[in-house]
Design a protein around this ligand. Structure first.
Ligand code: F6R
Length: 242
């Protein structure tokens, strides 16, 4: 694990944008796994700037998002479909047909999970996977469990995740309690991984991810076994490390 500690959220976002843009320059047809949530918003802003300055183009880039709530209309304002559209896709030259997000409206979530896994496989897997981390150690929506889920699957969101993400929904009743998430195996097969963490609330779990026992109770701990992972932490998220 390559761990880089920077001063603040802005520096984390700028550095992550440099890494991702350099990979796009090296391989314009790169397949990028994308994350949502509050952590990558600044990174997406930086990527939009680089696109506007004509430093990078997304015209041939393929993207696969990690997850989507289930069941949820793709047009719902808190869906990850809308999140991606608002925070990245509508600002750059990406072809919407080249973007992929699990379908929260699929009639059969199990079939949808299988279809999504196959779609990733069909393009030869992910070249660069972007990750955030939940305060319980989840990556994607792979929640703490007794075993690592290998492939894309339907997941019951944990209490911790429901509590953290309730702020994105008008009320708890309208918040889905499940999600479709790529699996730990899918993530681990990515050629490169870039994980970002910011803020005090992440410091304890970041320490366990890096130094703790590898266990499905802390899903992110498995990343210790990946051979090309870069972790960028701001000062607060990295305060438990020496
Ligand atoms: C989002 C995702 C999640 C988030 C994690 C952290 O697509 O897969 O694992 O990365 O919940 O969320 P934030 O960044 O909001 O703290």
């Amino acid at each position: 694990m390559r761990v880089i500690q920077v001063e603040n959220y802005e520096k984390m976002s700028k550095l992550a944008a440099k890494i991702i843009s350099s990979q796009i320059i090296l391989n314009p047809k790169i397949k990028i796994g994308l994350a949502t949530g509050s952590t990558p918003v600044g990174l997406y802003e930086e990527l939009i700037k680089l696109y506007k300055e004509k430093e990078i183009s997304f015209s041939e880039v393929l993207t696969f998002n990690l997850d989507e709530y289930y069941p949820l209309k793709n047009s719902h304002k808190s869906s990850y479909h809308v999140f991606m559209e608002e925070n990245l896709f509508k600002h750059v030259d990406i072809k919407i047909s080249n973007t992929h997000i699990p379908n929260g409206e699929a009639e059969n979530p199990f079939e949808e999970a299988l279809r999504y896994e196959k779609a990733i496989e069909a393009v030869g897997g992910i070249d660069l996977q972007l990750l955030g981390i939940g305060i319980n150690g989840h990556i994607g929506f792979n929640e703490p469990s007794d075993y690592f889920e290998k492939e894309t699957h339907l997941v019951d969101l944990s209490k911790a995740t429901l509590n953290s993400n309730a702020k994105y929904f008008d009320d708890r009743e309208s918040m889905p309690t499940k999600a479709i998430s790529v699996g730990i195996g899918t993530i681990m097969k990515s050629k490169k991984i870039l994980l970002l963490a910011s803020g005090t609330s992440k410091s304890e779990i970041v320490e366990r991810m890096i130094y703790g026992k590898v266990s499905p109770k802390v899903p992110a701990s498995i990343l210790q076994f990946h051979n090309d992972i870069t972790v960028i932490l701001d000062k607060e998220a990295g305060k438990g490390l020496k």
